[in-house]
Design a protein around this ligand. Structure first.
Ligand code: DHB
Ligand code: FE
Length: 280
């Protein structure tokens, strides 16, 4: 059967992608950020996952206001890199796993999560920046990827609790897949940041560090955080942290923290990164 072997979360700041693509990873500003991902790159080389379920959000790159799916699962053979206004990032096309994606879709709809199924989807920095951080510069990504795009840009956004339960259902769906696959689940976005309005630039290290602590110790408490609380404590874009709860929900009751990193700021964002292993 398929095994869910790790959960990884990271911020997905687009400027990290630009610094990476322009060879500025050892600049004074960027070095502490990129060096902090050496650990997970070695981890991924040792773990050799077959598939990553990558929970992220699209930033009006592939999905504008004409269609606003709450949860959109990538079913395609491949996902082209979106042009976000400065040309496509020079990174490999993301290769999917349509057979596993079909299984996930079936199980999740049976579990009453009425997903939007994306047979075509371009993926933006929410997906490609984490891939660069985990795998570095490569000619082809060493994993197949099933993107799961969550609406966090237009109200109404799904609740943290709904995301937690979706994660639980996703974990069950993976573990019921009859193929010997090493599957990871990632959540991207966050941590605290606000890109516009009077509070633009807001960062809340206290909130972020408590979130990192509770992700292992008391994730149910995090699933009770309301939209308003995310907005107030973590800024308008802090809601991206709900993708981390899908990841955590999939790992089951207990998880072990293997690695953690927190850094302020990168671009406008508090960068957080954590690697978890399901326990028991
Ligand atoms: C920034 C962070 C994000 O998560 C994003 O999607 C866009 C911009 C930033 O820090 O600039
Ligand atoms: Fe974002």
């Amino acid at each position: 059967m398929a095994r869910l072997t790790a959960g990884i979360a990271t911020s997905h700041v687009p400027a990290i992608g630009a610094a990476f693509d322009q060879g500025r990873t050892q600049d004074e500003y960027w070095k502490p950020v990129f060096d902090a991902y050496d650990w997970v790159r070695a981890f991924e080389e040792a773990e050799e996952p077959d598939v990553v379920i990558l929970c992220y959000n699209d930033h009006a790159s592939a999905m504008m206001l004409d269609v606003v799916p709450t949860f959109a699962l990538g079913m395609a053979e491949e996902f082209e890199v979106a042009d976000e206004g400065w040309g496509k990032r020079p990174v490999p096309t993301v290769i999917g796993d349509p057979v596993l994606a079909a299984h996930l879709a079936e199980q999740l709809v049976i579990d009453e999560f009425d997903l939007t199924l994306m047979n075509a989807l371009e993926v933006d920095h929410g997906c490609t920046v984490p891939l660069s951080l985990m795998f570095g510069q490569v000619d082809a990504w060493p994993v197949r990827v099933i993107p799961l795009a969550v609406n966090v840009t237009q109200f109404p956004t799904p609740s943290a609790e709904r995301c937690w339960r979706l994660g639980e259902a996703l974990g069950d769906a993976v573990r019921s897949y009859p193929a010997n696959l090493n599957v990871q689940i990632w959540g991207t976005g966050g941590m605290s940041h606000q890109l516009q309005g009077e509070r633009a630039g807001l960062i809340n290290p206290e909130f972020d560090n408590a979130f990192l602590d509770k992700l292992t110790a008391d994730p149910i408490a995090l699933s009770k955080i309301t939209r308003l609380e995310f907005l107030r404590e973590a800024g308008t874009e802090g809601i991206e942290l709900i993708m981390w709860l899908i990841m955590r929900g999939a790992l089951g009751d207990k998880a072990e923290e293997l690695y953690r990193f927190y850094h302020v700021p990168a671009s406008n964002t508090a960068v957080g990164h954590i690697v978890l292993r399901p326990a028991g």
